[in-house]
Design a protein around this ligand. Structure first.
Ligand code: FUB
Length: 450
């Protein structure tokens, strides 16, 4: 680990970290914690710049609190397959940042004239009595870097959660938070302020507000932000006619986390004619909500420009190719009884989840599997059943045509079992997995073989 850190000074991170691909539903990233997703569309691809939660330990951060030392960037062309481009900025390589603070909180990135400006908060080295956050910028020629951090943080900015917005007239703005939400114009060079910071007025006046993210649609400027209206954060928005406001409170985008994750943090993009909300929950760390995981769900507007409340889903967005692993634990719908989800390994949640069927005819539906116009010969299932059992995979409904019926042999270990496909679906279809036996079956994943 030490060698790795030393090398980071000298070698671009991308050389040390080969790109890694993952295919995911919600959460998007399974091999590390990710939070505060700032999503952007650059050159027809979606890039997500999240924070990177890591476990604190005695010599690393503060136990029980947020602990973050670097940032990765992820990209996708279909919102299902994600590439991790590795570390783009690390506290050890930012001259002004206190590399013992582990405070690389929520970032943002924006493109202007072919250059990419990555804004990030951290605690400065010389903070002294005034320990608090400053906001720095790192600049790159490509969305995945390499990013070069500026030697000093942006003057006149104290706070966290930077968000940059460029209006149609080319004027850029920087938003950030420190209890309230602040805004200032950015200079042409995107590296310094061009106006005095001002508080964004007319947002709810009680309860913490942070994580600003501004976007424009049909001439309406949307100020979105997490707000503690009750005990924990929910995502709200306000609408206005100008990036500097005033904004009128307009509603709730997402209610408080059902799993009690204290924070949430959003970004909203339009990609291929659909709007999406990126946010986080603590899926991979249900007992500690400072180890979070980023998610996406679709977002819809009403005719008057207001935003419909988004219900968090496990299925997320996008189609899953039939030949890829389909994880029924990221289901769209399930029967009321007889089916539950659990971690494969509670000591290593990065291994993901399994689906437990323990009542005959219990079912789970997984929407949007893409069969294209291919012909599939068989279905493969990773499953286990102590007493042996049967799993049916049906088209669309619990009483839909049976695509394949798989006999899971009696055993004590996970097995990969195949069975012929009797119906060949075409295009994008919903699948239902149903327990055909009286005996329980646990399923990790299924996939179709050509
Ligand atoms: O990730 C650390 C902090 O938690 C962020 O800066 C806030 O927005 C909240 O999500």
């Amino acid at each position: 680990m030490k060698c790795y850190k030393l090398l980071l000074y000298a070698v671009p991170a991308v050389l040390l970290f080969p790109e890694r691909s993952t295919s995911a539903q919600n959460p998007l990233i399974h091999d590390q914690f990710t939070a505060d997703p700032s999503a952007r569309v650059f050159d027809g691809k979606v890039y997500v710049y999240p924070s990177h939660d890591i476990p604190a330990s005695e010599n690393r951060g503060r136990i029980g609190w947020f602990c973050m030392e670097d940032y990765h960037v992820f990209s996708s062309s279909n919102l299902t397959d994600w590439t991790d481009h590795g570390v783009i900025v690390s506290q050890n390589r930012v001259g002004w940042a206190d590399s013992t603070s582990y405070s690389m909180w929520a970032p943002d990135c924006i493109e202007k004239n072919g250059r990419y400006y990555f804004y990030f908060p951290s605690v400065p080295k010389d903070a002294g009595q005034r320990r608090g956050f400053a906001i720095g910028v790192a600049v790159a020629d490509k969305p995945e870097g390499p990013f070069v951090p500026q030697p000093e943080p942006i003057k006149n900015v104290r706070g966290i959660d930077p968000n940059a917005f460029i209006d149609k007239d080319g004027q850029a703005y920087l938003y950030w938070s420190m209890g309230e939400i602040f805004v200032a114009r950015l200079a042409e060079n995107m590296l310094e302020l061009a106006s005095e910071p001002q508080v964004v007025e007319d947002l709810p006046d009680t309860g913490l507000k942070e994580g600003p993210y501004v976007f424009e649609r049909n001439g309406i400027y949307y100020m979105t932000y997490p707000h503690v209206q009750n005990k924990i954060e929910r995502l709200e928005y306000a609408m206005g006619d100008h990036p500097l406001g005033p904004f009128r409170f307009a509603g709730v985008i997402m209610d408080e986390s059902p799993t009690g994750c204290w924070t949430n943090h959003q970004s909203i993009i339009e990609f291929e004619d659909q709007w999406y909300l990126f946010y986080h929950h603590n899926d991979l760390s249900p007992r500690f909500d400072k180890a979070r995981s980023i998610r996406i769900d679709s977002l819809f507007f009403n005719a008057d420009g207001s935003i419909q409340n988004v219900t968090p889903t496990l299925r997320g967005v996008g189609a899953t190719e039939a030949a890829q692993r389909i994880e029924p634990d990221r289901f769209s719908l399930k029967s009321d009884q007889g089916v539950s989800i659990a971690f494969l390994d509670t000591l290593d949640t990065f291994k993901g989840w399994k689906t437990i069927f323990d009542m005959k005819d219990a079912w789970i539906r997984y929407n949007a599997v893409d069969f294209g116009d291919d012909t599939y010969q068989s279905l493969q299932v990773k499953a286990w059943s102590q007493a042996g059992g049967t799993l049916q995979v049906r088209l669309d409904r619990a009483d839909g045509p049976v695509i394949s019926e798989i006999i899971i042999p009696e055993g004590v270990e996970w097995e990969t079992v195949s069975s012929p496909v009797t119906v060949n679906p075409q295009g994008i279809q919903h699948l239902v997995m149903l327990l055909g036996s009286e005996t329980p079956v646990e399923v990790d994943w299924i996939r179709f073989i050509k």
